[in-house]
Ligand binder design. Structure first.
Ligand code: TEU
Ligand code: CA
Length: 554
């Protein structure tokens, strides 16, 4: 059985990974064809974002049938083949389960709309003859969180798009349906589950207006969420000893995350949180332009590392996913120092306490595509906010700049396999354009270059397997006030790792604490992003985006 602390998960957005049949949309057969690449990288699990039957309003996070494959992605046979081929290479499959809501195309919702009592109770309907919205909450994709249904004289809740109706977890029948779905996929050989916005499933008993915010304080980490997760664990994956789970936690807290992920609680293996990715939101608003706040980034990562460690929980550590802009464009440098900054960012995350997640293309240093007009954007959130910002009177040019930096489409451009047409992603017309830089940022080029970003990731994954300190060591912050260096220590018995990362182009000087007596240790460089990084000494000079990890042993 795999130890998830020593594992690395690779996230695949099937739509943009590899297209096997030339329709311009990535598919499961396309994934199977690229398994060798993932084997070479050395990852243990692949997490695939939803490929179930869906109208694709939110690219599959609007599920209409949880137990069937959307024809656009292939067939159940394709899925089974992918699982067994991956297994032969020692790679296991993690599925994405969207249980906070279903598509309004789901048969349950359709029956609810036809006034079938049983199914009305599957969702959150509030009757209202006077057509007054039950609360003033807003949807996370913009606009109100309630939609009126004329035929029923009632509103239903949708925390996301209007076509994503929230399920009613208070209803035991709903929970039983969900457990059956999980069991179905376990029987297909799935070894992991990523649970979409799972800390939003428990809604409050009373629905009231939020006069401070958008309503999230009433349903985030809600009253019964821990009970529901314990029940889900007990009745499904908890019955097996080789299934890992990760909860995607929206706007959560350290205390809740300890509870979600502490083994004795029997809820989940680990948790994602997003606080460290809100450091470029001006006054908390994503749809603004702002340089990232480096001090805040360090403070947030440090407090989460310490808090989760102290509570004996476990984190998923990451920079990128299908909802986030590309990290080299965001906290690195995507012009002059792509290679240095991509490696530095990789090291920063992979040496933390937690299980690292790599999002497709991150291992190549893929960048934001800088789409120049709204017609190129596909994401529902981007399009909604384009309209909202327009209504607010913002100039077209400024809105496009905001989207170029914040849109979720930044991470959804096709995987850059080679310098061939469409980056080797498809022989047809890609559903979303590629970034223009695929001619020089691509897998083929990097596989032929031992010094590439790809091989840096490969080495980080390998090191995690070789050294227990990477998965088990205690995390300790270092020089917290440094204005351009993010450094920390890991410690296990008589070993130490000193991880030092310069987040800027400007050279930096880093002084080791006096209490660290170098003469007591044997030391070596474990990994760095310059060939000639200097050996450890009390004062370390760092070049542009330089990153070094020293391994010390008594
Ligand atoms: O994301 C949850 C979520 O909170 C983000 O979409 C977030 O709102 C957004 O990035 C803020 O800009 C999950 C999935 O990862 C996402 O793709 C889905 O759209 C969403 O849930 C709804 O299922
Ligand atoms: Ca296809």
């Amino acid at each position: 059985m795999k130890n998830f602390r020593k594992s690395v998960v690779y996230q695949i957005y099937p739509k943009s990974f590899n297209d096997a049949n030339g329709d311009g949309i990535g598919d499961l057969k396309g994934v199977t064809k690229r398994l060798d690449y993932l084997k070479l990288l050395g990852v243990d699990y692949i997490w695939l974002t939803p490929f179930y039957i869906s109208p694709q309003r939110d690219n599959g996070y609007d599920v209409a049938d949880y137990c069937n494959i959307d024809p656009v992605f292939g067939t159940m046979e394709d899925f089974e083949e992918m699982v067994s081929e991956a297994r032969k290479l020692g790679i296991d499959i993690m599925l994405d389960m969207v249980f906070n809501h279903t598509s309004t195309e789901h048969p349950w919702f359709k029956k609810a709309i036809r006034n079938e009592e049983k199914y009305k109770k599957y969702y959150i309907f509030k009757e209202d003859i006077d057509r007054e919205s039950p609360t003033n909450w807003s949807s996370k994709f913009g606009g109100p969180a309630w939609e009126y249904v004329e035929e029923l004289k009632a509103y239903y809740l949708h925390l996301f798009d209007v076509t994503q109706a929230d399920l009613n977890w208070e209803n035991e029948e709903v929970r039983k349906e969900i457990f059956k779905i999980v069991e179905f996929w376990i029987n297909k050989g799935v070894k992991g589950f990523r649970l979409d916005v799972v800390n939003l499933i428990s809604k409050p008993e009373k629905y009231e207006n939020d006069n401070e915010g958008d309503g999230r304080r009433f349903y985030t980490d809600g009253p019964h969420v821990h009970e529901y997760l314990k029940e889900l664990n007990r009745d499904t994956f908890g019955k097996y000893d080789d299934i890992i789970t990760v909860g995607e936690m929206s706007s959560t807290t350290i205390d809740h995350c300890v509870k979600y992920s502490k083994p004795e609680e029997k809820e989940l293996s680990m948790v994602f949180n997003f606080h460290h990715l809100k450091v470029d939101y001006k006054e908390g608003d994503k749809w603004t332009l702002m340089d990232f706040d480096f001090k805040m980034l360090k403070e947030i990562i440090t407090s989460w590392q310490l808090g989760i460690q102290e509570g004996e929980g476990w984190s998923a550590v990451f920079w990128c996913n299908h909802d986030q802009p590309r990290i080299v464009s965001r906290f690195g440098n995507d012009t002059k120092y792509i290679k240095e900054s991509a490696k530095m960012l990789a090291t920063t995350v992979h040496m933390l306490r937690g299980t690292p997640y790599i999002y497709q293309g991150e291992e190549l240093g893929m960048t934001n595509p800088y789409f120049e007009h709204i017609g190129l954007y596909k994401d529902i959130e981007s399009i909604n906010y384009y309209n909202i910002l327009k209504e607010q009177g913002k100039a077209e040019e400024e809105i496009i700049k905001i989207l170029q930096s914040k849109s979720r489409d930044n991470s959804r451009t096709p995987m850059q396999w080679s310098e061939d047409n469409n980056g080797g992603f498809t022989e047809g017309i890609p559903w979303i354009p590629l970034s223009k830089n695929y001619k020089y940022i691509n897998a083929k080029q990097q596989l032929g270059d031992k010094d590439s970003i790809f091989y840096h990731y490969k080495k980080l994954i390998q090191l995690r397997k070789e050294l227990n300190i990477i998965s088990e060591g205690i995390f300790k912050p270092m020089m917290e006030d440094h204005e351009s260096v993010f450094a920390y220590e890991r410690e296990l018995n008589n070993e130490k790792l000193i991880v030092i990362n310069n987040f800027y182009e400007k050279e930096a000087v880093f002084e080791l604490p006096k209490s660290l007596k170098l003469s007591e240790y044997n030391s070596k460089i474990l990994i760095s992003n310059y060939e000639d990084s200097s050996e450890i000494s009390n004062i370390i000079k760092l070049r542009s985006y330089e990153s070094v990890v020293y391994y010390l042993e008594k």
